[in-house]
Design a protein around this ligand. Structure first.
Ligand SMILES: C=C1C[C@]23C[C@H]1CC[C@H]2[C@]1(C)CCC[C@@](C)(C(=O)O)[C@H]1[C@@H]3C(=O)O
Ligand SMILES: O=C(O)CCC(=O)C(=O)O
Ligand SMILES: [Fe+2]
Length: 378
């Protein structure tokens, strides 16, 4: 099922943030349809429960019961919560922000040395001008792969990536993001344990499932825009990945669609915003929601965010645990909502055939069924 938004053309217009931030005439490719344009009124705030991770991991029964109740409520309703007392050093977070600022502060030509190639999810992308032809996001991103290979920690995949793409001057940059990804992976495994307990499955089930995770780290820069009412930093979408762990700088912009309207999640420097992605929604057989969200832009201040997308190993089969499907007391089984799939196939679907949006998982399920029945993979 080809998606008309995925284009095989060279760059239509280049997104040089140092120029576009002053531009009053917004190129038409960045203008969103009226029904998707952000509202000029400030949205209501979404109450996102703060979860004390340290207390949960300490094994204290009261803390476990509080954390699992809050997470269960949040994930059944919209899939967004925050973690505090998370154990990631504030110094490391600040180093990651400083290095991100340094990277995005470079000239377009320098950043293009790490250019993201079509069909690949890694590298620097300035507004995806070569990938899509309309509803372009007002952002530049730097994405890279991370593999949590505890037995081969010397592999240092992130450090090696930056050394090979950008050279020796980026050794320190690579080290900071290697450490940051290691910290994100550890934190996300703790969160999968919390999610498992809250779903009533074996606490180690999801931790084991995500062992050796092949995740994605992404740095986002949303430059100011003279017409923020026409554009979006990131369009409305559900993350196709499993869990997203987001750290925002101090500029507001993240919005979540709950109860029929957009709500903001204001930044909080000591907290990470966590959300359930489509792959975890499939793992929970639809019990936990992957919710529509977007990022808006303002006309004064650039906004930056760090997103760690937890993903399983590429060929791991995504299937809900038996405990979620079979009720031994009533001898009943709950119908499956999604077919089994591998993260490799869903990732490929979002990179080659379909631009991730609010319908990704359903579109992918249909695509998978069609291709299985017709015995084709293209
Ligand atoms: C696997 C991924 C695809 C995207 C990056 C990660 C997780 C989220 C996806 C994305 C952010 C959803 C909105 C559209 C998108 C194109 C973007 O604006 O960046 C998506 C990413 C992508 O395909 O590059
Ligand atoms: O920058 C943000 O606040 C959100 C970005 C996002 O949703 C994403 O990259 O998937
Ligand atoms: Fe997202």
């Amino acid at each position: 099922m080809p998606d008309e938004t995925q284009v095989d053309q060279p760059n239509l217009i280049s997104f040089d943030s140092s120029i576009l931030r002053h531009e009053h005439n917004i190129p038409v490719q960045y203008i969103w349809p009226d029904h998707e344009k952000p509202s000029p009124d400030p949205p209501p705030e979404l109450h996102v429960s703060p979860i004390d991770m340290g207390a949960f991991l300490s094994g204290d029964p009261v803390a476990i019961s509080n954390a699992t109740r809050l997470v269960n409520e949040a994930c059944k309703k919209h899939g967004f919560f925050q973690v505090i007392n998370h154990g990631v050093s504030l110094e490391l977070i600040s180093e990651a922000h400083k290095n991100m600022d340094l990277f995005f502060g470079m000239s377009l030509q320098e950043k293009m040395r790490a250019e993201r190639k079509n069909g690949d999810y890694c590298g620097y992308a300035s507004s995806f001008t070569g990938r899509f032809s309309s509803k372009l996001p007002w952002k530049e991103t730097l994405s890279f792969g991370y593999c949590d290979d505890r037995d081969h920690r010397s592999l240092n995949m992130v450090e090696d990536y930056f050394l090979s793409k950008l050279g020796e001057d980026f050794i320190q940059f690579g080290r900071v993001f290697q450490d940051y990804c290691d910290a994100m992976s550890s934190l996300s495994l703790g969160i999968t344990e919390l999610l498992g307990v809250s779903l009533g499955v074996d606490p180690s089930h999801f931790r084991d499932f995500f062992e050796g995770n092949e995740s994605i780290m992404r740095l986002n820069n949303y430059p100011p825009c003279q017409r923020p009412d026409l554009i979006l930093g990131t369009g409305p979408h559900c993350d196709p990945t499993s869990l997203t762990i987001l750290h925002q700088d101090d500029v507001e912009g993240l919005q979540v669609f709950v109860d029929g309207k957009w709500h903001s999640i204001p930044p909080c420097s000591e907290a990470f915003v966590v959300n359930i992605g489509d792959t975890f929604m499939a793992l929970s057989n639809g019990m936990y929601k992957s919710c529509l969200h977007r990022a808006v832009v303002n006309n004064e201040t650039a906004r930056k965010s760090l997103a760690f997308f937890l993903c399983p190993k590429l060929d791991k089969v995504v299937t809900p645990p038996n405990g979620l499907l079979v009720n031994n007391t009533t001898n009943t089984t709950t119908p499956r909502l999604y077919p089994d799939f591998t993260w490799r196939s869903l990732l490929e679907f979002t990179q080659k055939h379909y631009r991730a949006d609010m319908e990704t998982l359903n579109a992918f399920s249909n695509w998978l069924q069609y291709h299985c029945n017709n015995n084709t993979t293209n």
